[in-house]
Design a protein around this ligand. Structure first.
Ligand code: S3P
Length: 171
């Protein structure tokens, strides 16, 4: 259930940066409601992400993602989003107006090792490090534009939580 006194915390960042791990950790430690947006989409559609990409294309996926993002913003305190959410203009515009968007980032080599050949990630599957780098570079300015803080996920979860709480208390 959503806590009405809180603006939702939205985790954004490239695939494989640990948005789900951090989101689950924050929710559990602070007794807040949590959703992974990809998991929500999969449950709503009763289809896997690759099936949605295959049947409706990436643009179809982005429409669903935007619809589900709007629902989740009103229902959950913490939301982990998919790495490409900023590719959808509607979602990007919506995220611009939210106060607590956190950009989670880490070294691309680490990301590559985590996600290469992941058949459940159509935008990573069969991509070389070079191709992934260029996708990453094309997204950076949008993450940067919407985020109120950027964190490096190679730090311990407890430290990331501490930084986030400090930032929220400074408001
Ligand atoms: C995507 C990232 C995925 C998922 C979909 C598309 C992307 O989420 O939304 O496969 O285009 O970067 P993760 O960031 O959780 O892998």
């Amino acid at each position: 259930m959503k806590n009405d006194n809180l603006d939702p915390l939205i985790l954004v960042g490239f695939m494989g940066t640990g948005k789900t791990t951090l989101g689950e950790y924050l929710a559990k430690n602070n007794n807040l409601s949590y959703v992974d947006l990809d998991a929500y989409i999969v449950e709503q559609q009763q289809k896997t992400i690759p099936e949605i990409f295959e049947q409706d294309g990436e643009s179809g996926f982005r429409k669903l993602e935007h619809h589900c993002l709007k629902e989740c913003i009103s229902r959950f305190d913490i939301i982990s989003t998919g790495g490409g959410i900023i590719e959808g203009n509607d979602s990007f515009e919506l995220l611009k107006y939210l106060k607590h968007v956190i950009w989670l980032d880490c070294d691309l080599e680490v990301i590559y090792d985590r996600i290469k050949n992941d058949s459940n990630r159509p935008n990573a599957n069969n991509k070389s490090l070079f191709e992934l780098k260029s996708l990453y570079s094309s997204r950076v300015s949008r993450y940067n534009e919407i985020a109120f803080i950027k964190l490096n996920s190679n730090k311990p979860l407890s430290e990331l939580q501490h930084v986030i709480m400090e930032e929220l208390m400074c408001e």
